[in-house]
Ligand binder design. Sequence first.
Ligand SMILES: Nc1nc2c(c(=O)[nH]1)N[C@H]1C(S)=C(S)[C@@H](COP(=O)(O)O)O[C@H]1N2
Ligand SMILES: [Mo]
Length: 571
Amino acid sequence: MSTTSRRYAALAGVTAAAVAIGTAEPVAVLTGPRSAPLVAVGGVVVDAVPEPLKQFAIDVFGTADKIALLTGTALLLGGFAALLGVLAIRRLALGLAGIAALGAVGVAAALTRSGADVFDALPSLVGGGLGALVLWLFIDGPFELDPWLWAPPTASGSASSPPAPPAGLGGRPVSPAGTAGPAGRSVSPAGPVDRPVTPAGPPVPVTPAASVATVDPESRRRFLTGTGVLLGTAAVAGLGGRWLAGRRGVSAARDAIRLPAPVAPAPAVPAGADLSLAQLAPYVTPNLGFYRIDTALVVPQVNPDSWRLRIHGRVGTERTYSYADLLARPLVERYVTLACVSNEVGGDLIGNARWLGVPLRELLDEVQPEEDADQVVGRSVDGWTCGTPTAALRDGRDALLAIGMNGEPLPVEHGFPVRMVVPGLYGYVSACKWVTELELTRFADFDAYWVPRGWSAQGPIKTQSRIDAPRRRNRLTAGPVTVAGVAWAQHRGIRRVEVRVDGGPWQEAELAPTVSVDTWVQWSWRWDATPGEHKLQVRATDATGETQTERTQSVAPDGATGWHTVPVNVR
Ligand SMILES: Nc1nc2c(c(=O)[nH]1)N[C@H]1C(S)=C(S)[C@@H](COP(=O)(O)O)O[C@H]1N2
Ligand SMILES: [Mo]
């Protein structure tokens, strides 16, 4: 088999896979985006990959980790498909079996996702079937390449019949393109083709160019046009399917919502809470800039009209609420700073927003939790779960079933139509997006999503502080420099922030006013910078008097610790 024939075969394989993936997308418009094979398999990978690898992905790709995963999956698939094409010229059945295996993986992935039904198998079945058809078309069907290229012939050709293969390759008689018949792919135990070696001296190395030149031009044109057209079709089907799925999304329903005014509005942000410095994170994080962390490869599209929240489990009376039920209740609005347990010291997986919603305490009162129900499990429409201490939802803090974020209905990727927000707890144990169920249970009885994956069942937010200005390796000029940043200890509050230079004495920073103990606070400190390399460090003390520990701990299992350190260069 020549390099050239392998290249064509690989192209046939990739085309088959592209058609399989592409045509599955419009089918998935009907069955739901999570049944599309790429997304379904990606979802299984997300749930299955070991924690260190996932952390690595978040570290390297940040919030682009999902795109990285999908791209990686597509590249892997492309490589596998190319291999299948090459296998298929040895034996078509092998290639077809490979496509069938890919289809089966897609079906299995789609059917095992939470909330799946039998129809979710459809995109992978249709895609797999069409992919197999395409492979046959190009390897053994009407679009197959001039057969001698797959299996080099001996006869010399004229303009109308295929030209002779390069000297020394040998081969077997040529039949006209496309009519090779079953023998065309006959396999001898020694290799893919009967290839009587001519005793005419050493083989002439086949350069790709030489081989291409000797392919019957008509057959080659048909092959390349065919693969080109099908690759284009696959792209149009794939992108068109995604686009259609987007149009079936809930953004129109979201746009139509008019949120009622809260009966208990958020306190006004005090003047000076936002120091408005260029490098400093704003006190209120705009929705578009708010970090996003979740396991959802496609953002769940939940229609508010059909959305329900069922509160059940260890309760006196089970209850179900609709979106309209929530809108009709007295709503409160609160500033709460959300933080991710995966936030490294100095990291940006944290944001502060004004949330509108129903106090979870009131809803829990209505279902009468049993005495021993120490855990409330929030369950998302996509099956993700978090486990929140029941006490944290009933102890008087502003734990909300939120419907609004900074004056808008929740953005779809931040949990539309309804999510949980609990001051003082990391998102993975409290901030269930697209929430559809609250189950009263016990920590002893149920582990939420991240717990068996190595994260702590309890996730109170640790006291932390961050230097935003100056940034790492900033070049500064000697003289007065404003060092500034944020500090947080949600639901305890920040009492003090201190800064030091090059390990010198701690100096107290000035704290900006803040709305409540549930949000971060900005701080600033005037530094008289001297020329040279310097190391800035910050530490915070919470309102209980406890100072942030110097001991560095990585994010797992319950949040990073250590002091944020920023090296700078002063001239
Ligand atoms: N349904 C669902 N909700 C979820 C998650 C998730 O993976 N799925 N991740 C949680 C985590 S780990 C965090 S830190 C917050 C982040 O919320 P945000 O994306 O709105 O910033 O959402 C939480 N809610
Ligand atoms: Mo998180």
